[in-house]
Write a protein that binds this ligand. Structure first.
Ligand code: C2E
Ligand code: MG
Ligand code: MG
Ligand code: MG
Length: 278
């Protein structure tokens, strides 16, 4: 009996492992194809200034049109792209495409916007993200201060000299740096100073319950105060209703982003959204 169930357990694990590695290989192979076949697309979510009510920027978010499985969200493939190293090429495409689109909107006469791009630690580890960003800016003609790179707190814990050197070069160029999902990681105030960060993005997990959970409300208030003391701007992510917006406004948050204003939109839909607000 025991032997029997032991065998079943072993078989269960083998099958599970096989399924997992098949899934992994499938995505990894698919991602390679996706680059070659241009199956990626960027969607853009507006960022709104609470001071002026204007759209001041957009965050570029990657989507994958899988030929069989349909639209894939980044949660389904970014980790695998990081593990296989493909994120370097994918990330390069994202940066160039976002800069190109932002420049195109400028030429079309849309109000000035900055464009925020998510970057993974792996892209820095390769050691030449600064040069790749420069190349994208030169190629597209976008002014450096219109580009913002969204970094994660965990990246700042990697104390590698060439990370510091790359961030330095990017800052000297005029590129803006933001910390994404702020409050969920372990970065300290010292890092924010050391790396010359411009903006904090308060993670949506604190915004979601801001009106019901006093701890979340206190965390948001503390982040806003700290950011302003350090001369950083603060944007809140995941703003879904008027009550959240009101609370954030009263707390002194500078900017907001979330479904209340718009979901991430295709480039065409984003331009229409901008025109409808003029
Ligand atoms: P993130 O950078 O923190 O992006 C915010 C996520 O929250 C996006 O999910 C966005 O669609 C979603 N969101 C926006 N407003 C709301 C709201 O009001 N409520 C809720 N519940 N969600 C909202 P998405 O597009 O699925 O992206 C997930 C994550 O994937 C991103 O989190 C980012 O970490 C990563 N990602 C996306 N694009 C890229 C990329 O080009 N490169 C890299 N390395 N990572 C990316
Ligand atoms: Mg982001
Ligand atoms: Mg975030
Ligand atoms: Mg995130």
């Amino acid at each position: 009996q025991a032997k029997e169930s032991g065998r079943n357990t072993a078989r269960f694990f083998t099958e599970k492992l096989n399924n997992d590695s098949l899934y992994y290989l499938n995505i990894a192979y698919g991602l390679r194809e996706a680059l070659a076949q241009q199956q990626f697309e960027l969607h853009y979510q507006p960022q709104i200034s609470l001071r002026t009510g204007q759209v001041i920027g957009a965050e570029a978010l990657i989507r994958w049109h899988h030929p069989q499985n349909g639209m894939q969200s980044p949660a389904q493939f970014i980790t695998i792209a990081e593990q296989t190293g493909l994120i370097v090429e994918i990330g390069q495409w994202v940066i160039e495409e976002a800069c190109r689109q932002a420049r195109e909107w400028q030429k079309a006469g849309l109000p000035p916007l900055s464009i925020a791009v998510n970057v993974s630690a792996v892209q820095f580890r390769r050691g030449n993200l600064d040069k790749l960003v420069m190349k994208a800016l030169e190629k597209t003609g976008l002014e450096p201060h219109r580009l913002e790179l969204e970094l994660t707190e965990s990246l700042l814990l990697e104390d590698i000299d060439h990370l510091i050197a790359q961030l330095d070069t990017l800052k000297k160029l005029g590129v803006q740096l933001a910390i994404d999902d702020f409050g969920t990681g372990y970065s300290s105030l010292a890092y924010l100073k050391k790396f010359n960060i411009d903006r904090l993005k308060i993670d949506q997990s604190f915004v979601r319950d801001i009106n019901n959970d006093p701890n979340d409300a206190a965390i948001v208030r503390a982040i806003v105060q700290m950011a302003h003391t350090l001369n950083l701007a603060v944007i809140a992510e995941g703003v879904e209703d008027e009550a959240m917006l009101k609370h954030l406004r009263e707390t002194g948050c500078d900017e907001v982003q979330g479904y209340l204003f718009s979901k991430p939109l295709s480039a065409t839909a984003f331009a229409t959204f901008m025109q409808s607000r003029l």
